[in-house]
Design a protein around this ligand. Structure first.
Ligand SMILES: [Zn+2]
Length: 188
């Protein structure tokens, strides 16, 4: 699935979820949702995030610099961010980053980050952004290895090909859900 579809589905879907669970929505939460919606494909050099970080070499250097800076400044919540940027591009595409284990690890990290900075939207919207990426890939012909590293068997509905017209329709789903919820609950 294309980066911009993931970005729209992740950010709008996370926004909807925060609205429905009455979680205060912050700009940081939205930014985290946008980032986590693209994060699983950082294991692919030509992905939206991979390109912007300069591929394997660029991401490795940026990640190492962030990690070193975070350790120097004792900014511990930033250390896993640096390690993820440096390490993920070296993983097999649609491998570990597209597993339930990755969602679990991200949830543990964001739970800690949310509590540290007192912003509950970071946990909810960040996990939603990542989870919706996996859910969207689950509907494509390639599926996802949800149980990696136990098995690399791929699971999915295999409803559509990446880049197919259905993909544009998929990004409309969270927009329609948000509109429906907003209108039916007089949010707008
Ligand atoms: Zn993906």
């Amino acid at each position: 699935m294309m980066g911009r579809t993931h970005l729209v589905v992740g950010m709008v879907g996370a926004f909807d979820l925060a609205l429905m669970t009455h979680t205060p929505i912050s700009l940081l939460g939205l930014a985290v949702a946008g980032t986590t919606s693209l994060l699983p494909d950082l294991d692919e050099e030509h992905s939206m995030l991979g390109r912007r970080l300069g591929g394997k070499v660029g991401a490795g250097l940026i990640g190492a610099a962030i990690t070193a800076g975070a350790v120097y400044l004792r900014s511990w919540p930033t250390v896993p961010v640096g390690l993820a940027i440096a390490g993920i591009p070296h993983l097999r595409h649609r491998g570990l980053t597209h597993s339930l284990l990755a969602v679990g690890l991200l949830a543990i990290y964001l739970h800690w980050l949310s509590a540290t900075i007192h912003d509950p939207s970071v946990l909810l919207m960040g996990v939603a952004g990542y989870g919706l990426h996996l859910l969207a890939d689950f509907t494509t012909n390639r599926g996802i290895p949800a149980l990696e590293p136990i098995t690399s068997r791929r699971f999915g509905f295999r409803l559509m090909d990446t880049g197919s017209p259905f993909e544009s329709l998929a990004s409309m789903v969270p927009i329609m859900v948000g509109l429906w919820y907003g209108l039916s609950h007089h949010v707008f």
